[in-house]
Every structure is written in structure tokens, then in C-alpha cells.
Design a protein around this ligand. Structure first.
Ligand code: ATP
Ligand code: MG
Length: 572
């Protein structure tokens, strides 16, 4: 893979505007043969948590396919399981889809909008002898279902009369039976080699308040039943889902044929996104939030879209990532370094460079006039001349990073040490003359001299020294808090249950480091939440919503070192 372009830019696609993946091939063919006249997809999240980067892949695919083919994509909340769903999640999902750059226009649907249809269709199936009320317990149903190698056994209730089934199903709906006491099942084939076809459950009794229908229903349809019917109702043509549903496809087709014959939807499966060093199941993300391992769903260490947004990721970088990982039919694990590479590439072009000192060490320039400040012009982005330049104050008292000074320098230490010289970025060459220490022997400040001729454009501007340091001028510097993040997990595959340990035991205890005494240049005084900058030599940072006037908080989005690009280069 080249780092420089999408497959389209590389000219690999026959039509440069179309995505390059096997689902697009199917769509192109369906349009060519006239199997469909236009395409219609949907993104069907269950509102039981916040969306994560895996969902972003599905969003980019579904909305992207529709857009590229002049089709439509619906947003449909799959809210058939009332005990787990909340309005907070519905709102966060809509915000995240929009933020990613997609729009469902007026096509916002809820699976719960179809509860009455699902019920009516179930009645129709009963009337046709294709569904029955079963009184077996959940365990009995499982036992009767057989195994992959043995056929199942018919339920003793399988041959109830149509009249009895109609009566019992209506009474299930009316709340006459306790939760879990009966279910409605499709009558398909208990000996089918596909377990999903062995009389799957269509309806269960569950007294739970639904976020939209309240207590109107006490029976709820199963996903496998409601989903194809929702697709048919919305005239979906290509129903794209992840691989684990491949075995459910015959059932999907069975429902379409028996309930909505002649409608168009077909199911296609693609490989879900797996990312190393994180977990992605909503159940696990929910535990991280509820048990306080992170500070909410939008904690910048979370792989949620809201977490990535708060961290400072751009929608462009996430869409680029989804394009680069492609759409495959086989599961694989993507290196998190690729995601980081995408945000670096995006911000390298866009982000203004500024100077910020995270662990300050004071410097006094003994030969610089007291109370004088001069404003030096420094470029905003060497990668983009249109970004222009800004004025940065320089004066007698400055700060540099503690790490940029060593009293006894190690070999090849090209930064500052007693008697040594460095260039201050965009300014002058300075020399360290003396180290001041407190009673305990800690270094408190440095006395240096500067060479006035070494300013850019000055008579000795060409004089070379080995190191260039970033810095801020003391009287104009703005205090800030900076939050540095590491991976949330210590191991590549925290999800793996192989060693029998709970995934939370693999959390990195040092995933968040808060630095409270940072200083940034005055250019940042007006910075707004979500603004992004490159702090020279430190990486890319964004303004966190915790910021208050005069008390800026920055998140490190990503450091500058791009191990992923390096790996790609050596592999070439
Ligand atoms: P989770 O296990 O995280 O709860 P889910 O599949 O139950 O995921 P849904 O809300 O049902 O979550 O997912 C909505 C859509 O997003 C589905 O079409 C699903 O296939 C897709 N999706 C979920 N996770 C991924 C992933 N990791 N990669 C790609 N698509 C995904
Ligand atoms: Mg799901």
C-alpha cells in the first residue's frame, strides 16, 4: 500500500468515483443487469451504547455506497431489545453519524416503528401454518434444537392448530402469560443442517418499558425476524452486515419469501473491523465506563467515535482510515498505528505549528536588555505556505523543556548543557553559562547568553549548531494543562479469553498522564474547543472541552513519531 493515496487516486477503479470493494462490484452488476434500478442501504445500530470505530467502518460503507451510486441510505435504530436501550444512546449515535459527514435526510427509522407490522405479519404466518406458539422453556428449546452434528427434535407444541396458535399469540400480546413462559416460533425444519433454520424464535414475552413504545407491548420480535422485515418495508436493496450473520442469511431469505415476497432486499456480509490494543464490543466498552476505568464514553482513550472526536481526531482522518482498511470477506486485525498514521497525515497539512513547553525550565539571558520584548515572525506550517506566519514574543526570560538540558550530557546529546550552544527555534543561538540550584541541589534555572547576530536575517544567521529547541517567553506565556495518552491496554488482544483472565486486568495503568504546569505561546489565547495544533517536537494536540477561559486543557491526539509509516517503508 502506498501511503499517498486512496485506491481511487491510484487509478485502480474502472470508475474513479466508485469505491473499490466486492460489494460495489455486486451493486454495479445489479444496476447493469437491471436487478435493481437504484440502490438503497441502511445503517442499523442498536442504541445500547455509543458508536465505536468499527461502526464507523459500517457507516462509511453503507452511506458511502449509497452516495457513490446516487442511492439512499437510511438510519434505522434497531431497538427491538427494550431492556438495554436508552435515549442518550440514540442522540449520541445521530450526533456521531452527522459528525462523520453523513446524512440520512428525512429517513430516520426505528425498528419499533414496525412492531405492529411485525405482529400482523406473524399472525399471517400463523394463518399459513408457518408459525406456532411453543411452551418449552429456553433450556428445553436449546436441548430440542440438537447440535451441529445431530438434527433437532420437533417441539411437542409444533402441531398446535392454527386456531389455538392465533388465540395463544393474541393472549401473549395481551399480557396474559408471564415473561418467558411462551414464545412464537417459525415452523421451518428441525433437521436443517443450518441451526438457524431449526424453528427460530420470532417473539418473546418481556415486560420492559421501551424507550419509544413505553408499556404498549409486552412481546418483542427477535432481531432475525424484525431486521429483514424492516429492510423490506424500507425498500432496502443491499442489506450489508458483518460476517457472523452469514449463517443467518437463509433465514433472512426465508422471512422475505414468506412474509414480503417480491421485495428486493438481499443480505451481504463483510469482515468487521478489529483493532489491536483495544476492545470494541459495546458490552465491554460499557463496563469500562460503568466501572470507572475511563471517564465516560467520550474519554479520549476510548475507541468510540465520541472518544476519538474528543481526543482530536478529524472526521476526514476516520473516513480515510475506513477507506484504507478496505472491505474484505475474511476477518483480520488492523494495527492501531494505521489509525494514528491517518490523523498525522491529515493534520500535517492542516495544523498550525506552535510552541508549548510541557515541563518548563527557566532560562535568563544575562546579556538581553531587561524589560525588552521583541516579536519574531515564525511560519505557521512549513507544509503549507498559505498558512502564513505569526509573531512570537522573545525576551530576557524564557522557558525550555527540562528534558532539553543535561548538566552532565550523555554522548550525542545535542541539546543544552553547561558551555554548550543551541538554537532557539525561529530566534537566536544561546549558550549555557551557569546552572542555578536550590538547597536540595535541584536545577531551578539556567543563566545563558544569546548571540544577537544569529537571528534569522542577521549577520551570523547561517552559524550552525547541532540542536534546535522550542521555547516560550516567560511574561507572555499562557499556563495550560496537557493530557498525554498511551494505549488503554497493555496487550495486543485484550479481548482474548484464552488465558481465562478478565479483560480489565489488562488495562494500562499509565494510559493517562496529566501535566499541570505547561506553558504555551500567546497565539493560543483564543483557541477554541476542538481546535487542533502541532506542538513542535511533541505531536498534535486539541483543545479539550474541559477548558475554561484562562485555563486551557489540551489532549495529545498523537505524537509525531510515525512507526506505522516506518514499517511500511522498510517493508517496501
Ligand atoms: P457490538 O458488538 O459492538 O455491540 P453490534 O454489531 O452489536 O456491535 P450494532 O449496533 O448492532 O452493534 O451494529 C450496527 C451496525 O454496525 C451493524 O450493521 C454491524 O454489523 C456494524 N458493526 C458493528 N461492529 C462493527 C465492526 N467492528 N466493524 C464493522 N462493522 C461493525
Ligand atoms: Mg447488534
Amino acid at each position: 500500500m502506498t501511503t499517498a493515496g486512496t485506491p481511487d487516486e491510484a487509478g485502480l477503479g474502472a470508475n474513479r468515483d466508485l469505491p473499490v470493494n466486492f460489494i460495489q462490484d455486486i451493486i454495479s452488476n445489479d444496476l447493469k443487469t437491471g436487478k435493481v434500478r437504484s440502490i438503497h442501504t441502511r445503517f442499523p445500530p442498536e442504541p445500547n451504547g455509543y458508536l465505536h470505530i468499527g461502526h464507523a467502518k459500517s457507516i462509511c460503507l453503507n452511506f458511502g455506497l449509497a452516495k457513490a451510486n446516487n442511492g439512499l441510505c437510511n438510519l434505522r435504530f434497531d431497538d427491538t431489545n427494550p431492556s438495554k436501550e436508552e435515549t442518550e444512546f440514540v442522540e449520541s449515535i445521530m450526533r456521531d453519524v452527522r459528525w462523520l459527514g453523513f446524512d440520512w435526510d428525512d429517513r430516520l427509522y426505528y425498528a419499533s416503528d414496525y412492531f405492529q407490522d411485525c405482529y400482523d405479519w406473524a399472525v399471517q404466518l400463523i394463518k399459513e401454518g408457518k408459525a406456532y406458539v411453543c411452551d418449552l422453556s429456553a433450556e428445553e428449546i436449546r436441548a430440542y434444537r440438537g447440535t451441529l452434528t445431530e438434527p433437532g427434535k420437533d417441539s411437542p407444541y409444533r402441531n398446535r392448530s392454527i386456531e389455538e396458535n392465533l388465540d395463544l399469540f393474541e393472549r401473549m400480546k395481551n399480557g396474559e402469560f408471564p415473561d418467558g413462559s411462551r414464545v412464537l416460533r417459525a415452523k421451518i425444519d428441525m433437521a436443517s443442517p443450518n441451526m438457524n433454520m431449526r424453528d427460530p424464535v420470532l417473539y418473546r414475552i418481556m415486560r420492559a418499558t421501551h424507550h419509544r413504545t413505553g408499556d404498549k407491548w409486552c412481546i418483542y420480535p427477535m432481531y432475525d425476524y424484525s431486521h429483514p422485515l424492516g429492510d423490506a418495508k424500507e425498500n432496502i436493496t443491499h442489506s450489508v452486515c458483518t460476517l457472523e450473520f452469514a449463517d443467518h442469511r437463509p433465514l433472512y431469505d426465508w422471512f422475505i419469501e414468506n412474509v414480503r415476497p417480491g421485495s428486493e432486499p438481499h443480505q451481504y456480509e463483510f469482515a468487521r473491523l478489529n483493532l489491536n490494543y483495544t476492545v470494541m464490543s459495546k458490552r465491554k466498552l460499557r463496563r469500562l465506563v460503568e466501572e470507572g476505568f475511563v471517564n465516560g464514553w467520550d474519554d479520549p482513550r476510548m475507541p468510540t467515535i465520541s472518544g476519538l472526536r474528543r481526543r482530536g481526531y478529524t472526521p476526514e482522518s476516520i473516513r480515510d482510515f475506513c477507506e484504507r482498511i478496505g472491505v474484505a470477506k475474511r476477518d483480520s486485525v488492523v494495527d492501531i498505528g494505521l489509525l494514528e498514521h491517518c490523523i498525522r497525515e491529515d493534520l500535517n497539512k492542516k495544523a498550525q505549528r506552535v510552541m508549548a513547553v510541557l515541563k518548563p525550565l527557566k532560562i535568563v539571558l544575562t546579556n538581553y536588555p531587561e524589560n525588552q520584548v521583541e516579536w519574531l515572525e515564525i511560519e505557521n506550517n512549513p507544509e503549507n505556505s498559505a498558512a502564513g506566519s505569526r509573531k512570537v514574543p522573545f525576551g530576557r526570560e524564557l522557558y525550555i523543556e527540562q528534558d532539553d538540558f543535561m548538566e552532565v550530557p550523555v554522548k550525542k546529546f545535542f541539546r543544552l548543557f553547561p558551555g554548550g550552544e543551541v538554537r532557539l527555534k525561529g530566534a537566536f543561538i544561546i549558550k549555557c553559562e551557569k546552572v542555578a540550584k536550590d538547597a536540595e541541589g535541584n536545577i531551578v534555572q539556567l543563566y545563558c547568553t544569546y548571540d544577537p547576530d544569529t537571528r534569522s536575517g542577521g549577520p551570523a544567521s547561517g552559524r550552525k549548531v547541532k540542536g534546535t529547541l522550542h521555547w516560550v517567553e516567560a511574561s507572555h506565556a499562557i499556563p495550560a494543562e496537557v493530557r498525554l495518552y498511551e494505549k488503554l491496554f497493555l496487550v495486543e488482544d485484550p479481548d482474548s479469553d484464552e488465558d481465562g483472565t478478565d479483560f480489565v486486568t489488562k488495562i494500562n495503568p499509565n494510559s493517562l498522564q496529566v501535566l499541570n504546569n505547561c506553558l504555551v505561546e500567546p497565539e493560543l489565547a483564543e483557541a477554541q474547543v476542538e481546535d487542533r495544533f502541532q506542538f513542535l517536537r511533541h505531536g498534535y494536540f486539541s483543545v479539550d472541552p474541559d477548558s475554561k477561559p484562562g485555563a486551557l486543557v489540551f489532549n495529545r491526539i498523537v505524537s509525531l513519531r510515525d512507526s506505522w509509516a516506518k514499517i511500511q517503508k522498510t517493508a517496501q
